[in-house]
Design a protein around this ligand. Structure first.
Ligand code: AQP
Length: 332
């Protein structure tokens, strides 16, 4: 089977609808067709300051959420990035292959360092896309399921793979991003042209999977729409309504067209109220399952240990090839 690989940062108390609909749902769907490797990017998390106690807790909550949403530890290797040292080791080799100007062009660094100024950002935040390239290339995956915001990093990954293959010997597979157009960018409920993001200005713009379902329902009901009254998909004129339609369609499997028809002649109030019910129906069992899984930390840790073992077996083989090809002496 071809492999699939992706990761997610454990940097919030809960994953949000952007993470879920943009990427994580695809992880679940790809499990049968691909050999999947899914990791929690704790090393990426510390590119910005983290409270160690909170980070450790969030790592386990992240693992529990992945399992609760349907990532099956028997099918998929679920692991912590830091448990597989080959990520950081290949990251170094790839850093030596990356141009400074090339790294500078990454828009996410520009965005994320904008607040405190470039001088205040860590070097790790700057080189993070290169570590991400290592995360991916180690597993020689065919596809990397991510949201639209990761497209540029995937392009860098392909460039670095190609450069290495060309300079040394064909070692890496050029991975394709797996981005579902319909849900590639879920937007903020209060600011419907911006990406739904944990660093959003208002918590009311984000639906967290682990929030109290009543709170999520309220956030949907108070989502920003427009002064019109027609439930119609139009990202230019009706960004808010379009985003809600996207979420509605993704959660129910109903097509956008059928939803437009369903709400024809009815106002936004009805539409939002019924979407809120759909959301509650989705998040309630998810949240209960996650909390249940968190009661048995020993089992969670065991899933992570066996995931890391499976991942390391693949990653170490790739790293050995890389070390050999760049001219390192093999330890005897
Ligand atoms: N709004 C979104 N729409 C679609 N996909 C999204 N992803 C994130 N936000 C959206 C996808 O989720 C996966 C995990 O992303 P991450 O671990 O890099 O988390 P993130 O991008 O740091 O999440 P945030 O909330 O967007 O954080 P900040 O505020 O730090 O930028 C990725 O596949 C991503 O594409």
């Amino acid at each position: 089977k071809p492999r699939a690989l992706s990761g997610i940062q454990p940097t919030a108390d809960s994953f949000h609808f952007g993470n879920y609909l943009g990427a994580l749902r695809q992880w679940v769907d790809l499990q049968d067709e691909y050999e999947p490797f899914f990791f929690i990017a704790d090393q990426h998390a510390i590119t910005v300051e983290q409270d160690p106690k909170v980070l450790r807790e969030r790592c386990l909550v992240s693992a529990a959420q992945l399992i609760a949403m349907g990532i099956d530890p028997d099918k998929s290797a679920i692991f912590m990035q830091s448990h597989v040292p080959a990520h950081a080791q290949l990251g170094w080799v790839l850093q030596c292959l990356t141009g400074f100007g090339e790294a500078r062009r990454m828009t996410q660094f520009k965005d994320k360092s904008a607040k405190g100024g470039e001088g205040a950002a860590s070097v790790g935040l700057f080189t993070y896309p290169i570590l991400q390239a290592a995360d991916i290339l180690l597993y020689r995956p065919a596809v990397v399921p991510v949201g639209e915001d990761q497209r540029q990093h995937l392009e860098l990954t392909r460039d670095l793979a190609q450069r290495f293959n060309h300079r040394y010997k064909k070692t890496f597979r050029l991975p394709d991003p797996y981005i579902l157009k319909a849900t590639a960018k879920i937007t903020d409920l209060q600011e419907p042209t911006a990406k739904m993001s944990k660093s959003a200005s208002s918590p009311n713009g984000i639906i967290n999977l682990l929030d109290d379902p009543k709170v999520s329902a309220k956030k949907i009901r108070s989502a920003v729409t427009d002064s019109g009254a027609e439930v119609r998909f139009d990202t230019e004129e009706k960004a808010g309504v379009s985003n809600l339609l996207t979420i509605y369609s993704a959660l129910t499997g109903d097509s956008i067209a059928s939803l437009e028809e369903k709400y024809e002649g009815r106002g936004y109030g009805d539409f939002k109220k019924e979407l809120a019910e759909v959301v509650v129906e989705f998040v309630t069992p998810f949240r209960n399952r996650t909390l249940e899984l968190l009661e048995d930390k020993a089992t969670l840790n065991q899933v992570l240990a066996s995931g890391a073992e499976r991942a390391a077996a693949v990653a170490e083989r790739t790293l050995a090839d890389v070390y050999d090809r760049v001219g390192f002496v093999q330890p005897q």
